[in-house]
Design a protein around this ligand. Structure first.
Ligand code: BGC
Ligand code: NOJ
Length: 894
């Protein structure tokens, strides 16, 4: 079943039914100001950090699930009926409802009894504000007398504190109202120099109204029931009218509210606010309790007439020594923000800003566009997967409808992987992220597992010792170097743990990452797992039997025994990348276009010794990295091979995990994908054998499950993985992030059909038709799809913020379509389904547009390559001479 459709032309997903199985959301903003918006206008906004600078309040785990957001009410003053064009919160039956989620914007509209209303929400580039552009049209045969109300609930900045510290917070709320702009300034009097504002075009001085200063400015509330006064009588009982002095004076604006419980009325929710019901704001001024922003605008529309009302919700910072105006007062200095407000209350400026946003996304997505025989591939590669990569880059795992924005900052492992799908679109931002991440690395080479984006400091609560973490930095930097050729990043001084004075070149950070693994080898010579590796739930040193203890941070064992085959595979891959990085680094200035491949490095030398510390580093030459990789590879083949697949780990007792000898959890996906990606077993058939085992034992129609059999009970020595009921999350769920590793591995053994089949099984667009099973958004990946052991097999959960985005993007673009940036140029090595006749692509790489045409002449993957009409041996398209901006590449597969 479908709840909407892809409008491929406009790059929008159009939801045609508001009651989707779960909220289907979108993200606004791409730089510093961000918002989440659902298909019924739910969600919230924040500045940079979803926890520490939350602008609007949102209640997770609410009933209904999605309640509270950017709400607009329309009231028919003749009949007193009111509704929300976005369906929520009033849930009136609407005609022609549609929600168009586009790239950085959302448009929600509908018609109710002949009144058409549509709001376009977006964040202009370079600004810390969001625009709600409401258009109302009267489709009736007679004039309509309408009231429009807006509503947002402000958060008192720190979302965690806001939700929990009520004894303080119900006293601190403060607002100012000036020129009809509602300013939220809680804590501005003391240590904050930032505030939020909510403006409305009907108050806009730009529209030529004579009075710029509202008579209500800074005036005390005459209406708040919380303060006593005239409105102790319920407004609904028809007490004295609290008519705003503004009414009629400024083009239909009749009032505002800033105190939530006055606006809503006692015991009411957003579905039935007292102000909307009675058709008149209370002009309440919040003192403590719960500051909100709501405007009331009256509009009379003739038949066919359209009216636009613009709302602006923004965040602003003042210089600390110019917080107040006049100086010495307690009034916000608004001189710095007023020009911005005035600018975006102007519809012409809004069009300019919206055009710029479109251009921005055209630019990002234009870097890679493909045309294949498969619509689901095209849609995801050209639009939605790339878009999700940008969102995961921006958000890491902090704020979605399943990540509450207070739990996690940016993950070291996560953000390094997010880079892989993002770096080609905005390399400068990727560079900045790499340097931020590396600055949270510790001198040992280890890494804080997470850091807070606002402070850029490692998160002490979670700490370190996830032993895979540092190696992902190598992959992130390698991807950056391949994409950009910017070798200077390796010389960039970067501190450890953000400590001034501790800086070393970034290159040494990478070396320390590898050392970190080599200095922590276990009894079999495999890497010790620490708290966990990629699988946060395989906690082999935890042994927790205390309810509520964190599986990730509790460590009851000394950590000297449990080993990870997955980290071994990751190490091999990272060390091979380092060999190439070291080679490239040593080539700088020698030969710009020299070929660097694993193959033309020397065979391993026998005297490689794992170092005992960075001071005795064996790493000097490219060869030394390759030696380390090959030595680890040998250990994996000796102690990490189970006969038909790669083992997963050794536990704290030295027993195997992920072996046919185990009762449950006999085979895991991670080492099969990753070891093959690292090239382990490619030479001796073991790679193919491991992938056959995956196909036989783990693949389902909805994707590849993480392990089998799922754990049927809790195993103290395995940790969180066995805490989940079978089929969910890491316990036998289809953990989508790990599926593309297998896709990549399949391409490495030449299986294009199988790789693309796996790709399609979890491709959200391909799953659109089974929306009632999949339930999450059909335009983005979810973290998990319930596995075959779950009663809800095929049901997706935790959409949006997942490494699935970047890794699937890499799998389809670089390995299946085979358009792969390398240190030396663009490699084109498609491993596509046999039934495909070919495909076309445009890839902008290091400033050059490659027009690629792939044609299938036979069923295999052998390539004959022509570049600008000249045959070229191999599959590498070298960089053209400076000045050439376009290269025509023809690939024939046979
Ligand atoms: C989840 C993992 C996640 C971890 C991070 C666990 O509960 O199952 O997917 O990585 O928490 O904290
Ligand atoms: C989600 C986490 O964000 C990621 O870091 C981890 O690798 C996976 N879960 C698997 O546990």
């Amino acid at each position: 079943m479908r709840y909407g459709y892809f409008d491929d032309e406009r790059r929008e997903y159009v939801i045609t039914q508001p009651d989707t199985p779960l909220p289907w959301i979108n993200y606004l903003g791409s730089e510093a100001y961000f918002g989440l918006i659902s298909n019924t206008a739910g969600g919230y906004s924040f500045y940079r950090d979803a926890r520490l600078r939350r602008i609007t309040r949102y209640r997770y785990n609410n009933v209904p699930f999605d309640y509270g957001g950017r709400y607009i009410y329309v009231r028919d003053n003749a009949t007193r009926e009111f509704w929300s064009p976005s369906w929520q919160p009033t849930r009136r039956p609407l005609e022609g409802y549609s929600c168009r989620h586009g790239l950085g914007y959302t448009i929600i509209g509908s018609t109710y009894r002949g009144i058409e209303a549509q709001a376009r929400y977006f964040v202009p580039l370079g600004e810390n504000l969001e625009i709600w552009q409401l258009t109302v049209t009267n489709r009736r045969g007679e004039a309509a007398d309408l009231s429009i109300f807006s509503a947002v609930e402000f958060c008192l900045w720190d979302a965690q504190d806001d939700a929990t510290n009520l004894q303080r917070n119900l006293n601190t709320g403060e607002v100012e109202i000036e020129d009809g702009v509602l300013y939220h300034k809680t804590e501005y009097r003391e240590r904050r120099n930032h505030f939020a504002y909510f403006a409305c075009s009907s108050f806009s001085p730009l529209e030529g109204g004579p009075s710029r200063t509202s008579p209500l400015e800074r005036g005390p509330s005459t209406t708040s029931p919380l303060k006593g006064g005239p409105s102790t009588t319920s407004p609904l009982e028809g007490g004295p009218s609290t008519t705003s002095p503004l009414e009629g004076g400024q083009r239909g604006v009749t009032g505002f509210d800033t105190q939530r419980d006055v606006f809503l009325g006692p015991y009411r929710g957003w579905d039935n606010p007292a102000a909307v019901e009675r058709g008149q704001s209370f002009n309440s001024v919040a003192h403590g309790w719960a500051p909100i922003g709501s405007h009331h605008v009256k509009v009379t529309l003739q038949p066919g007439e359209t009216r636009q009302v613009i709302f602006l919700l923004g965040y602003h910072e003042n210089p600390r020594d110019h917080k107040f105006d006049p100086p010495g007062s307690q009034t916000i200095n608004k001189t710095t923000v007023k020009p911005t407000i005035a600018r975006y209350l102007d519809p012409a400026q809004i069009e300019v800003a919206f055009g710029a946003l479109r251009t921005y996304w055209d630019g990002l997505l234009g870097i890679l566009q493909v045309e294949t025989p498969d619509v689901h591939t095209d849609r995801m590669v050209n639009v939605w997967n790339a878009y999700q990569c940008v969102v995961t880059f921006n958000m890491s795992r902090s704020a979605s409808f399943f990540e509450s924005g207070i739990g996690r900052g940016l993950g070291f492992r996560d953000s390094n992987q997010d880079l892989l799908g993002f770096v080609h679109m905005a390399p400068a931002r990727a560079r900045e992220r790499i340097l931020d991440l590396a600055a949270t690395q510790l001198e040992s080479g280890g890494a804080y597992h997470q850091y807070q984006p606002l402070t850029r400091r490692g998160n002490d609560d979670v700490g370190s010792n996830f032993n895979d973490d540092p190696l992902w930095l190598v992959l992130g930097v390698a991807a950056y170097l391949k994409e950009t050729g910017d070798w200077s990043i390796l010389d960039q001084p970067v501190p450890y743990d953000n400590q001034p004075g501790s800086e070393t070149p970034l290159y040494e950070h990478l070396q320390r990452s590898l050392h970190y693994t080599l200095e922590r080898l276990g009894p079999h010579g495999l890497p010790l797992i620490g708290r966990a590796d990629w699988n946060d739930c395989l906690n082999l040193n935890c042994f927790s039997d205390e309810p509520g203890q964190s599986f990730q941070t509790t460590t009851n064992k000394d950590g000297q025994v449990a080993e990870s085959v997955f980290i071994a595979g990751l190490f091999v891959l990272a060390a091979k990348e380092m060999a190439q990085i070291a080679n490239g680094k040593s080539q700088i200035g020698k030969s710009a276009n020299q070929q660097i491949t694993n193959d033309n490095l020397q065979p391993p030398t026998s005297n490689f010794q794992p170092p005992t510390s960075i001071l005795h580093s064996p790493f000097s030459t490219p060869q030394s990295y390759l030696d380390a990789a090959r030595q680890m590879e040998a250990v994996v083949l000796e102690h990490g091979w189970d006969g038909e697949w790669f083992l997963r780990a050794y536990d704290d007792f030295g027993h195997k995990v992920g072996s046919h000898e185990c009762e449950e959890g006999k085979i895991f996906i991670e080492p099969q994908g990753f070891c093959v990606m690292a090239g382990i077993g490619l030479g001796d058939g073991r790679a193919e054998q491991a992938l056959e085992s995956v196909n036989r034992l783990l693949a389902t129609p909805h994707g590849i499950v993480l392990q089998q059999p799922a754990y049927s009970r809790y195993y103290l020595h395995l940790g969180e993985i066995s805490s989940y009921p079978p089929g969910y999350k890491e316990n036998g769920g289809i953990f989508c992030h790990s599926n593309p590793w297998v896709m990549i591995a399949e391409t490495m053994v030449g299986h294009g059909d199988r790789a693309h089949d796996y790709y399609t099984r979890i491709n959200p667009s391909a799953r659109e038709a089974i929306g009632e099973i999949h339930r999450c958004e059909p335009y983005v990946y979810a973290q998990m799809i319930a596995g075959r052991d779950a009663p809800t097999h095929g049901e997706a959960k935790n959409s949006w913020l997942t490494g699935t985005a970047a890794l699937n993007y890499v799998a389809i673009t670089q390995w299946i379509l085979g358009i792969r940036p390398t240190f030396d140029g663009l490699q084109i090595a498609p491993v596509i389904p046999a039934s495909w006749s070919g495909f076309q692509a445009t890839r902008v790489f290091r400033g050059v547009a490659y027009r690629i045409d792939v044609e299938r002449a036979g069923p295999g993957n052998a390539i004959s390559l022509t570049v600008d009409g000249r045959p070229v041996a191999g599959n590498l398209v070298s960089l053209p001479p400076p000045g050439q901006t376009e290269v025509v590449v023809k690939v024939v597969l046979c």
